[in-house]
Design a protein around this ligand. Structure first.
Ligand SMILES: [Zn+2]
Length: 315
């Protein structure tokens, strides 16, 4: 269910003006006059219509390019110190080490699960003390229906945004990252995962190398703290498990069994390379894993201090 803190933070996704309307009724924009319909069950549909076109600026500079090339790639390890005392079991698509990077909420803080899918992340965010607003483009688990390129929130409205396996499904992931930065408070964290060598799935557009993740986050306005290949989710396992996923548990077992020799060979090859190769950096463990990763985990932070300074537009 949509947390009560969200209603006052809502804004027109296209013009960012206030929205008039009560819970359960259509919302209308004071600025552009658009209407966002209430769906059966009280959810709002903030997605733009098929006739809408939005325009926005893009930029490129060699300095930005160089910054992405310096992506902070590493092996997955828990945050030191841990940022919360989460001790429960973690849902599918997350590992305990990944969860250790989620900052514990202060009273009243709000987290967005952007592209919530089946909603598995909600229990984690609520356990950390957040009011959780779970949104997605479609699906029954979302509190409201939202297009990630056009998030219907005021600037600086929320404290944390999580997106698990979402960026690869977006037509313009840089635009979506900019939107996430806009709606986060300065210093707010954007944490998630994105596909790399998974097979094409569910209308996926852009599968990202670690440099791609770094580029998207940098261009969106984020300082990137960590990018890590998701352990035990190598290209072989990801391809097999997602290709024959309808088989359920047998597919998972088959994927693990078939990927194990690949991973062992890779580890051995890497160990030899680090010992004898002229260019040893090529065999560094995280880079070796990154070349064969099914997906990446990322931790980033919106530039600026995290305090009560008034929200303003980044660009
Ligand atoms: Zn509007």
């Amino acid at each position: 269910m949509r947390p009560s803190a969200i209603r006052p933070a809502l804004a027109c996704p296209l013009c960012h003006h206030d929205l008039a309307g009560a819970n359960g009724a259509d919302l209308s924009c004071h600025g552009c006059g658009r209407t966002y319909p209430a769906l059966p069950g009280g959810r709002w549909d903030f997605r733009p219509g098929p006739g809408e076109t939005i325009r926005y600026e893009r930029r490129y500079s060699p300095a930005d390019y160089a910054k992405a090339l310096q992506a902070p790639l590493g092996m997955e390890r828990p945050s030191v110190p841990p940022r919360n005392d989460f001790g429960d079991s973690v849902p599918v698509h997350l590992t305990p080490a990944q969860v250790s990077y989620l900052p514990a909420a202060r009273p009243g803080q709000v987290a967005v699960d952007l592209g919530c899918g089946h909603g598995e992340q909600r229990s984690v965010l609520e356990r950390l003390g957040y009011a959780c607003w779970a949104i997605d483009y479609e699906g029954g688990e979302a509190d409201d229906l939202v297009d990630a390129h056009l998030i219907p929130l005021r600037d600086g409205a929320v404290d944390l945004v999580m997106s698990i396996a979402v960026l690869e499904h977006l037509a313009d992931p840089v635009r979506a990252a900019s939107e996430v930065a806009r709606v986060l408070k300065p210093g707010g964290a954007f944490i998630g995962t994105v596909a790399f060598l998974e097979p094409f799935h569910d209308n996926s557009f852009f599968h990202c190398s670690h440099l791609g993740v770094s580029w998207i986050l940098n261009m969106g306005g984020f300082e990137v703290e960590a990018i890590t290949p998701i352990p035990s989710w190598d290209v072989v396992r990801a391809q097999i498990e997602m290709e024959v996923g309808a088989m359920g548990r047998p597919a998972q077992t088959m994927a693990r069994v078939l990927s194990a020799p690949f991973v062992w060979a890779l580890e051995g090859y890497g160990a030899i390379g680090r010992r004898v190769a002229r260019s040893r950096q090529r065999y560094e463990r995280s880079l070796l894993r990154a070349r064969h990763a099914g997906a990446f985990f990322f931790v980033s932070r919106r530039a600026g201090r995290h305090d009560a300074e008034p929200a303003r537009r980044d660009r």
